[in-house]
Design a protein around this ligand. Sequence first.
Ligand code: DAH
Length: 344
Amino acid sequence: MVPDIDQICQEALAAIKAVSDLQTLEELRVRYAGRRSQMRQILGGIGDLPPDERRSVGQAAGKAQKDIEAALAQCQAQLELELESGDTLDVTLPGRPPRRGQPHPLSATADELVDALRHMGFAVADGPEVEDEYHNFDALNTPSDHPSRDLHDTFYLTDGQLLRTQTSTVQIRVMETQPPPVRVISMGRVYRNETVDATHHMIFHQIEGLYVDTDVSLADLKGTLTALARHVLGPDTQIRIRPHFFPFTEPSVEYDFSCTICQQRGEVGGHRCRVCKGTGWIEIGGAGMVDPNVFRNVGYDDEKFSGFAFGIGVDRIAMIRHGIDDIRLFLESDMRFTRQFHGD
Ligand code: DAH
């Protein structure tokens, strides 16, 4: 009786398809196409068959033999190609440990600032990046002809909304929803239509702080900022405040931290200090006593309560701490940059 040619052929083709190494392929070649293979035996025994079966069995077995040989050749070529291109799995190689994820230098700096402020009793609040003019400007006592509303500074969206230009918006959102006393910070992205260069970006990060209670004074603000400066830049850090103007604070100040790169000498190794530009001070942000108009806008009693507010440029502090001289690097997602801060 003639074995089922078709079944043998299917079995051979399936086995060849499943092969993933040359040695097993060689074993299959012997089994399905070797001299002692079933197919060869069928072909060799054709003469013993009744004459009316010879032709059809011969044709079927011949075709099956060809198909098997073609599959063997194709499989061999494929495996050799994989070997050449190194595309195979060499289980004897040592494994590659997966890289550990680490915080981005900006996140690490922000986390540290937020942590320091939380230890001083500030709660953390959040606000939207897509804002309305009311929270970004009006409620913050910024008149409609104020230059910062200009199209050149603010990204306006088509539906009348805008991308917030400052995290001071969160002051308003918090005071709208809770009565005094308030001690809150908020950290996040802000957007300004700036020409991007090494020290300016249209996307940067701020931390906003707000403290409202009875009898809050400028001395409390100075104490808070001093404690913060010493926490992030070391115990010898000094702060200074300079008069300035912001619509939502009165009086308003800008504040600087003493330069920890040159220790306020203004020079490093005979060269002018690049971080403080030789002045010994680094500009960090703006602050002041909350303007009574802002309190009135949110329904707080401006006779009873006083408060201070401050903004911190997070990118600036991260740049100082890590000696980074180009703000654009923060948002480029270039792993060669971010990996430098983690030693991995
Ligand atoms: N929002 C200000 C800016 O982006 C920074 C600022 C100044 C925040 C004074 C304040 C403040 O809370 O009181 O330039």
